[in-house]
Design a protein around this ligand. Structure first.
Ligand code: G1P
Length: 291
């Protein structure tokens, strides 16, 4: 293993079918659903950048071209905005395309999150890397990925984000069993993908932020299809746990499951209320509804 624990790359799996959000996601990527005025994936990308990530690898699939276009230069649009002297919008549009280095890898078949990560092996090139699932929107003072990097720097082993969920929803997540080694940091004893209620080892659920090391790739290659017939990252991590410690970290912040209709609505309402321009009028509107 290399001794450099600086995490410079982030992998964004984005080839999933978005079945929880059909029919909206039939022809449009779920990563492009707008939370107020930015697509979900942009929140993740901004979190990565403010955490010090320099290179973003997006794992895409069929029907996901809009993601590439979003982070690319748009000559016609920029020209139009310049002509119409809409400089504020122009600056925003230019900011997006100039953000960071992107590369795109096509996952030809949606064979699961573990398989998506395996597609990034060459791009990751032997370095530790972050994984960001753009469904999970995290609002926090210190970006969640940066919090995770700090834990990784200390322990030098893979770190998985977790948060407490209620018993009824354990079967929607990967669940860990662990021993707390310092406040908020657990050494993982076991992890299981979407256990049946009653069979979960705890209520500590895996959230879509990971700092991984390149030995995850061999583990994923050994991983057989699990829940839903898919190659699960959780199962790959379970395999990796036989050869090195894994840690789970209870990040500080609020997480929204924006891949789920209700979670998406909650995030929309809260982000809109916080928006400087929209917030006051939106609050008034909601007050009016209560009557
Ligand atoms: C994936 C992971 C799961 C994790 C979840 C977090 O599941 O497989 O372990 O808890 O992300 O959002 P998905 O939501 O893609 O079904």
């Amino acid at each position: 293993m290399k001794t450099d624990e600086t995490v410079r790359k982030a992998v964004f799996p984005a080839a999933g079918l978005g079945t929880r959000f059909l029919p909206a996601t039939k022809a449009s990527p779920k990563e492009m659903l707008p939370l107020v005025d930015k697509p979900l994936i942009q929140y993740g990308v901004e979190e990565a950048l403010s955490s010090g990530i320099e290179e973003i690898v997006v794992i895409t699939g069929r029907g996901k071209r809009a993601i590439e276009d979003h982070f690319d230069v748009s000559f016609e649009l920029e020209h139009e905005l310049r002509q119409k002297r809409k400089f504020k919008l122009l600056a925003e549009v230019e900011r997006i395309s100039g953000m960071v280095d992107f590369s795109y890898i096509r996952q030809r078949n949606a064979l699961g999150l573990g398989h998506a990560i395996l597609c990034a092996e060459r791009a990751v090139n032997g370095d530790p890397f972050a994984v960001i699932l753009s469904d999970d929107i995290i609002d926090s003072k210190v970006p969640a990925t940066r919090q995770m990097m700090k834990v990784f720097k200390k322990y030098k082993d893979p770190v998985i984000a977790i948060c407490e969920v209620d018993e009824a929803s354990v079967s929607s997540y990967g669940i860990i069993d662990g021993v707390e080694v310092e406040e908020g940091v657990y050494q993982i004893r076991d992890l299981v993908e979407k256990p049946a209620p009653g069979a979960a080892p705890s209520n500590l659920a895996i959230i879509g932020r990971y700092i991984l090391t390149p030995d995850i790739f061999d583990a994923l290659r050994r991983t057989k299809p699990g829940k839903g017939g898919e190659i699960q990252l959780t199962d790959g991590l379970r395999d990796l746990m036989a050869s090195r410690p894994l840690y789970a970290f209870k990040f500080k912040g609020t997480r929204y499951d924006a891949g789920d209709k209700l979670g998406f609505l909650k995030a929309t309402v809260e982000y809109a209320l916080r928006d400087k321009e929209l917030g006051p009028a939106f609050r008034e509107y909601l007050r009016g509804l209560k009557k």
